[in-house]
Design a protein around this ligand. Sequence first.
Ligand code: DGJ
Length: 302
Amino acid sequence: MEKLKNGEVWRDVEGKEIHAHGGYIIKHQEYYYWYGEDRRENFYVSCYRSEDLMHWEFRNHILTTESKMEGYRVRTKLMLRKEDGGKVNLERPKVLYNEKTGKFVLWVHFENGTDYREAAVAVADCDTPDGDFVYHGHFNPYGYMSRDCTLFKDDDGTAYFISAARDNADLHVYRLSEDYMNVDCLVHRLWQGEYREAPAVIRHEGIYYMISSFCTGWDPNQGKYGQAKGMEQPWTSLREIGDETTYQSQAAFLLEVNGRLYYFGDRWRGSGENYFRSGYVAYPLEVKDGVLTMEYCEEISF
Ligand code: DGJ
């Protein structure tokens, strides 16, 4: 049986390396769509699709320096290039489909391309999962810093944006507006002073689990998770998951496939040229006696 090797740069059906780091997968109709960072050339976010999570077809560079820009009602700054023409920094893109508007809405961590002081989030949207997204600019939700982030869509369609605030000390949970284009309410400031990055959420049998990492730049560290009976309900304190390097990875997102839970992460190789050697991992998750566990494996299939 064909398997994907954990830690390697997985390849698409043409044999080319997949550039979708810090990513996110959604299922829409018969396809899984994988969105992630693509730092080559003038690209920011790329999209691949698959019917089985094993064979990936490249679809589009959905966000680039040339993407169409359109102002939006939130106070946003439309900036896809630095003043000197260089690229800005867009990390950890996540996309949700909004049933009410029929739009695919992307949220991504924005930095100015020089340092990490902007600590903002940018929003873009599109009528199709893999079309050219329209960029609506970046902002600080309620004025807060916003770095590593994720999106989560609940069963009733309510969506949440979760991001590291206060110089990464706290993890904020924002309920989104019905169209997913803005924050509507800050519902939690979780794990204050614990410096959690790389949040990833899943719901399983009525319980919500959020895995995150500690802040050690591009180096892996001990993953931890908390759980709750609802996104807006109280969350438990943090418990460890995986080993002291989360099996050499940092969380990207969590996914349920045919009733089984999986953790997807990045095995980063730093920010320089080696960034492009950053690999992907997927490890099975299981809930045993109310405890979430992650199983190490060299290779994976779904
Ligand atoms: C860890 C974050 O999770 C990554 O997305 C990236 O921002 C690096 N830090 C930068 O050091």
